[in-house]
Design a binder for this molecule. Structure first.
Ligand SMILES: C[S@@+](CC[C@H](N)C(=O)[O-])C[C@H]1O[C@@H](n2cnc3c(N)ncnc32)[C@H](O)[C@@H]1O
Length: 286
């Protein structure tokens, strides 16, 4: 009897797309209505990867031109909208609703962390200015990327920020303690000449890449349905070296022979200023 119950639990567990341990275990029964079901893995992509790339390049280009870090000419292949974005240089200003004008300028909205509207849910993420259309890349899930076979035991103890992808890849988005030290160390290691390959500023209160706060998005409830969903995004080889300094993810191991895994949050509907973002911590793949 016990064995059958355990096996049933394990089968259900294996089909979860994203999990935050131990949150899933404690709260699943309270949120059955909010589960997201997809039939196949590919169905889970709300927007094509090219669309995500386009949004990231647009924002990162404006950031690069605005802050000038590791600056210089863009590769010739990235012309068109990139050049247009680059020419519209953002000037920092005083805006209480949008501390990141580069984001407003390039994506048409701002997001920020604030106390959640849900009781006892800590910090949440809000659209603070502008308008998010359905299918937009609204946030990124920062952190160290562990392949399924890599050890994460120490870093995962009492850590609610370990995100699990469908293929078993884990992303540790905790901005404190040992997780923070690991990210900084891996990021320093992966520098290519003068170029950083990732951004460590998401570990502070003021991330250079304003999208990199996705780890603070809270789970939906029966009363507050999800307005964003997670989508895995493998950074394509052609992603400009110079713009990688804004990617908030880094591989734990130097010998990872696969594209860098990122996770983005994509809007499920139009979202207006003032709304809190809610994702679905559980997706069942049938
Ligand atoms: C990935 S973190 C999200 C950020 C978190 N709100 C914080 O301030 O650190 C996941 C944790 O947030 C809290 N959380 C997320 N969704 C929640 C909800 N709907 N109600 C209450 N707490 C929630 C739980 O403590 C969970 O373990």
């Amino acid at each position: 009897m016990l064995r059958a119950t355990l096996e049933a639990f394990l089968n259900k567990w294996k089909s979860y797309r994203h999990r935050f341990v131990p949150w899933v275990v404690l709260n699943l029964s309270k949120n059955e209505k909010t589960l997201r079901h997809v039939r196949e893995r590919w169905e889970d992509k709300l927007v094509p990867d090219e669309e995500v790339t386009r949004s990231l390049l647009k924002l990162f280009t404006v950031l690069l031109r605005s802050y000038g870090a590791n600056g210089g000419e863009l590769p010739a292949v990235h012309t068109g909208f990139l050049k247009q974005a680059a020419s519209e240089e953002w000037q920092p200003g005083e805006d209480p609703d949008c501390g990141h004008g580069a984001m407003l300028q390039s994506l048409g909205f701002c997001i920020d962390r604030k106390p959640s509207t849900l009781p006892f849910a800590g910090t949440g993420v809000f659209v603070t200015k502008g308008f998010v259309p359905k299918g937009a890349t609204v946030a990124m899930y920062p952190g160290t990327v562990y392949q399924a076979y890599e050890p994460i035991l120490l870093q995962s103890i009492r850590n609610p920020f370990v995100f699990r992808c469908i293929d078993g890849v884990l992303i540790d988005g905790n901005d404190r303690g040992i997780s923070k030290m690991v990210f900084k160390s891996c990021s320093g290691r992966d520098r290519v000449g003068p170029f950083m390959m990732s951004d460590t500023s998401w570990l502070t209160a003021n991330p250079q890449n304003p999208l990199a706060v996705g780890q603070y998005v809270n789970n939906c409830s029966n009363e507050r349905p999800a307005n964003v969903c997670y989508q895995e995004y493998d950074v394509p080889d052609r992603f400009p070296i110079r713009l990688r300094q804004y990617l908030p993810n880094v591989n734990y191991s130097l010998d990872t022979h696969r594209p860098l895994r990122c996770v983005v949050l994509v809007s499920l509907r139009d979202i207006t200023a003032g709304e809190e973002l809610f994702s679905n911590y559980y997706t069942i793949v049938h």
